[in-house]
Structures are given as structure tokens and as C-alpha cells.
Design a protein around this ligand. Structure first.
Ligand code: FES
Length: 95
């Protein structure tokens, strides 16, 4: 089992997970509403999160995510919650 922790300006929460899961899906389970306007299709970039710890437990960005991160001029450690899959403890925030 591993734990995914989420923080926004309004709420914090954590989800205990047993298998690999997208950060966005886990945030819903944690009761934290991350913005995600395109419904998780790597189009809008509104689900951008900053990974505070555990980046080594995330999947590598695929082409669609990499394209959006480039358009957004994302900083190192920022990922799309709908595209990043976790398989270990991760803590992230959305501003
Ligand atoms: S929800 Fe739109 S890119 Fe993730």
C-alpha cells in the first residue's frame, strides 16, 4: 500500500492506494478537487500539479503530456495530474 497526498488552497487530503493510479483519480478518492477542465485528456493543462515529493514513483510523461507541459512552460517537478500515474508515495499540490 502507498499514500498519495494532495493539497490545494482550499483543502488537503490523502488516499491510500493498492495499485498504480492516476493522480487525478486518486485526488477524487482523497476528497480533494483538482481542477481538470478537459476531463483528463491531456488537452487543457488545468490539472497541473507541483510534485512536492515522490516524483520517482510517477510514470514518465508520454508525448501528450510532454506537449502540454511544454506549452505551459511547466517547471521541473510539475506534472499533469490526469497523466501522471503513481505506484508509490507521492505528495503534490495545486495552486
Ligand atoms: S484534465 Fe485537462 S490536461 Fe489534465
Amino acid at each position: 500500500m502507498f499514500v498519495l497526498s494532495f493539497k490545494t488552497s482550499k483543502k488537503e487530503g490523502r488516499a491510500e492506494c493498492e495499485r498504480e493510479v492516476a493522480l487525478l483519480a486518486a485526488s477524487t478518492r482523497a476528497g480533494v478537487e483538482l481542477t481538470h477542465r478537459c476531463g483528463g485528456h491531456a488537452r487543457c493543462g488545468t490539472c497541473l500539479v507541483t510534485v512536492e515529493s515522490g516524483a520517482e514513483h510517477l510514470s514518465e510523461p508520454l508525448a501528450g503530456e510532454a506537449r502540454v507541459l511544454k506549452v505551459l512552460k511547466a517547471q521541473p517537478g510539475q506534472r499533469l495530474a490526469c497523466q501522471a500515474w503513481a505506484k508509490g508515495d507521492v505528495s503534490c499540490s495545486q495552486s
